[in-house]
Design a protein around this ligand. Sequence first.
Ligand code: ARG
Length: 467
Amino acid sequence: MSGHQKKGAEKLWGGRFATATAASVEAFTASIQYDSRLYRYDIAGSKAHATMLADRGILSGEELDAILRGLSEIEQEIDAGTFEFRRDLEDIHMNIEKSLVERIGPAGAKLHSARSRNDQIALDLKLYLRDQCDIIDSLLANVQKAFVNLARQYLGAVMPGYTHMQRAQPVLVSHHMLAYFEMFGRDRSRLADCRRRMNLSPLGCAAMAGSGLPIDREQVAAALGFDGVTANSMDTAGDRDFAIEFVSCCTLMQLHLSRLSEELVLWSTQEFSFVDIDDAFCTGSSIMPQKKNPDIPELIRGKSGRVVGSLMALITLVKGLPLTYNRDLQEDKEPVFDAVDTVSASLTIMAELLRNLHFRTEMMAEATRYGCMTATDLADYLVVKGVPFREAHGIVGRAVAYCVSQGCELDGLSLEQLRQFSAEIGNDVFAVLGVEGSVNSRISTGGTGLQRVEEAVRRAEQQMGIA
Ligand code: ARG
């Protein structure tokens, strides 16, 4: 029994406890298996905190030196994979602090003055996510660049644009590519907002009420590259909005990737044959020798569930949590890490795949010739001739029905046949029934007309620093 008592006292918080923690409890409460990922940020935070404590006379110069040296040593050992993480020390904070005390003695035991693991974990997670915002932003930029390059490469090529997955109006392939450029651009601006809002230091809130020691929160914040400090210690100790916001951003990115993936899967079918995904980015079947499967976009589409799941886990985690810190919050890390890993891997491989994507422009152009895709152009033509649009819509609808019954296209009808539907139709009608004329007439801002798309490609290239 007395042996047990000593063991309990070995914990950094062991003073109050008479007996050792049950092994099952240690296993259940430990987070070191996953939060060791935060060590770099934990150490950076401790160094800034210790420096401030020394400036405020809470640590001596020698104590600060010993702490900084000890922390650097620990960081090197973790980098090298030689540091021994202990589950009985629960988390990354106590693994590092305990090791520091073992190395440098009493000075190490002073590091936790004016600090709690509650503000410490909020700090570590913010520093980690701030870095991830920057890394993911550059991955998004790579995807955007790939789209700009495709838009430039295939400038002038046409394809069917769809609504309801039915052929709607002919568009430029480049216009379709730049649609994704815009989507991923919004993801970047959302991430930038999220980063800006999270960039306030939580350190110094301590357990939740602030500190009675003469600390300087602003100094620590500035040293760690924050824009300032959080305003309310109680809010700070229990705030995980920043993590939820970050994973929301990840969710939208993954959903965008999933929509793109769906198109790539569809376009690479024999039925569509719009794209050829490079052999290096496809896999085969173990039984059907002829198969070449689009597994990458399929997996990316499938991984959407993981990211959505992470977001669900996080929002459910904070629902009904009273102020301030509650141990529930330890459950925030795995969903955050999984969202980071999934989104990063998906963005990286998608950029690579896009750089190895070949469009079968002749198949795409061929597809625009069927389905009366210039029907809207014929209606617009009648509008210009003074026919009210609703009436024009009816006239063209009847012409299309006639084409369907005859198995032909609008531009396959003779002038006499067309004039049976409206006497307003003249010889100039054939200019608007062609695919090229249709595309190039759409020069409204944001439209698919070649002139507009050329400008858009140039703008995108400038934005991305290409050419
Ligand atoms: N491992 C904990 C977490 O991730 C650190 C904070 C623990 N604080 C506490 N009072 N037990 O949330």
